[in-house]
Design a protein around this ligand. Structure first.
Ligand SMILES: Nc1ncnc2c1ncn2[C@@H]1O[C@H](COP(=O)(O)OP(=O)(O)OP(=O)(O)O)[C@@H](O)[C@H]1O
Length: 272
């Protein structure tokens, strides 16, 4: 088969294969004094373009699962495949955003975003164009030179998001990215995140403690048990991709899923 024919033949198949495949994953942390089973037999497939939210009580292994997908933590049992390849070391072709935005205090917005390009040796002109596009996409225009301490928490998270998306990763992993924000800013970021997901077509896996955030953002919501983390249920509310905030919150598909999620997590574990 010629290369072109091979590409054509493999083209459509790519979209029907999971972009992330977690199979029978268990994670045991051992130290001299103790042993912790953080994850127990977790299997999860994420298809290209999906927005998967992972909700579960504190300490159930959500962050560990993301770090394993990113290749930052090596599993004890089971395997993870990203883009069809087995993950055995830190993955470069992903974006990662954390609860704390981890911006460099002495660099302005644009330069914090371009840090990603410097670390990867990206073509400078292409990176700058891309940064401009993302600054516009996230509403940071006019703040290109502002230092992190001159920005609100929501703006800092937007900068971190731009940095995570600069190299156009097909997969974006987000660990409680809006957890440190006040309720209103968090809502605003949820609305923007939904739009950015639709506009970029990025596959997103986002860990959250918040019931409304999990249901508003997720095309699929994966619910985990207390440690050792297992997947107890997956919710698919069937909401349209484009979601207006207040109408979505009163949509029966949203309220049913949110109620179920609350029941599964138990009121004592829920932070909103
Ligand atoms: N590097 C490590 N060494 C030892 N134990 C660890 C390590 N990383 C995580 N753990 C343990 O694994 C368990 C799961 O931790 P993890 O941070 O993944 O949970 P989480 O669901 O993300 O929690 P939270 O919602 O509170 O952030 C915890 O008991 C934690 O103490």
């Amino acid at each position: 088969m010629t290369t072109a024919a091979a590409l054509e033949a493999s083209g459509p198949a790519v979209d029907t294969e999971p972009i992330i495949e977690v199979s029978n994953l268990s994670m045991r942390f051992r130290s001299k004094r103790s042993e912790t089973l953080a994850l127990d037999d977790v299997s999860l497939s994420v298809m290209p373009g999906e927005f998967v939210t992972i909700a579960g009580p504190s300490g159930c292994g959500k962050s560990t699962l993301l770090k394993i997908i990113a290749g930052l933590t090596l599993v004890t049992d089971g395997e993870v495949r990203l883009y069809g390849e087995r993950v055995t070391r830190p993955q470069r072709e992903i974006g990662f955003a954390f609860q704390r935005s981890a911006l460099l205090e002495w660099r302005g917005v644009r330069k914090n975003i371009l840090l990603q390009a410097e670390m990867r040796g990206m073509d400078r002109r292409h990176a700058e164009e891309r940064a401009e596009h993302l600054i516009e996409l996230t509403g940071l225009t006019g703040f290109e030179k502002a230092l992190p301490h001159e920005l609100s928490g929501g703006m800092q998270q937007r900068v971190a998001l731009c940095r995570a998306l600069l190299h156009e990763p097909r997969v974006l992993l987000m660990d409680e990215p809006f957890g440190a924000l006040d309720a209103l800013t968090r809502e605003q970021m949820n609305i923007e995140m939904n739009r950015i997901w639709r506009e970029t077509g990025t596959t997103v896996v986002l860990v959250t403690h918040s019931v409304p955030e999990a249901v508003f953002l997720g095309s699929r919501i994966v619910v985990m048990s207390p440690r050792p983390g297992r997947i107890v249920e997956t919710l698919v509310p069937g909401l349209p991709d484009e979601r207006e905030y207040s109408t979505t919150l009163t949509d029966p598909r949203f309220t049913t899923a949110a109620e179920r999620l609350r029941d599964l997590l138990g009121a004592s574990h829920v932070a909103e």
